[in-house]
Design a protein around this ligand. Structure first.
Ligand code: NI
Length: 188
């Protein structure tokens, strides 16, 4: 396993469409996934897509721990809102409910920045793990957001391209201004 260099916004590998994986169970895919997990954990990211380590293949890894969700989840909500460390090869994402919700996102390929992005709040996704088993899940909240963000990488899309208002693209060190303002404006 190895911690690999992460491609940054502007590198062509992040702007192209990644290729499907012919055999998800191939030994080189297992090695790729192990390196992706190690790189993601070292960088303390919630997810990573293979193009981010300069490999243009349709592979993502992500996790949606309970601490990343806003508010308190009921036991029933936790099922859709959280995900353990997951590997998804050749993923497909389907929107269940067209309603969107906004949230702050960051990306290891856009270091030091945060942006407010509207995403579908309720999706279904499918793909394969490295044993060739099919994974099908419903996702909501942060879980839905991280999956859409990572799968966007496979189509050469970075989160700033999803933003409607670039005023809300900012340095991480300045985000406290916006968080304070939101709290003030929050309805009671
Ligand atoms: Ni990213």
């Amino acid at each position: 396993m190895a911690i690999l260099k992460i491609a940054r916004m502007g590198h062509p590998v992040l702007a192209r469409r990644a290729d499907p994986v012919p055999d998800p169970t191939a030994p080189e895919i297992k090695r790729l996934v192990a390196d992706m997990v190690e790189t993601m954990e070292d960088a303390q990211g919630a997810g990573l897509a293979a193009p981010q380590i300069h490999v243009p293949l349709r592979v993502v890894v992500f996790q949606a721990p309970v601490g990343r969700s806003e508010g308190n989840l009921t036991d029933a909500e936790r099922f859709d809102h959280t995900a353990p460390l997951t590997v998804l090869i050749n993923p497909a994402v389907e929107i269940v409910d067209p309603k969107t919700e906004g949230g702050w996102e960051g990306c290891l390929s856009v270091p030091g920045m945060r942006g407010w992005v509207e995403r579908s709040a309720h999706i279904r996704y499918a793909g394969f793990d490295t044993e060739g088993r099919r994974i099908v899940r419903v996702a909501k909240g942060f879980h839905a957001r991280v999956v859409q963000h990572e799968c966007d990488h496979l189509d050469g899309v970075l989160y700033p391209q999803r933003m409607r208002d670039l005023k809300k693209l900012l340095f991480e060190s300045e985000i406290h201004h916006w968080l304070e303002r939101e709290e003030e404006e929050a309805p009671v």
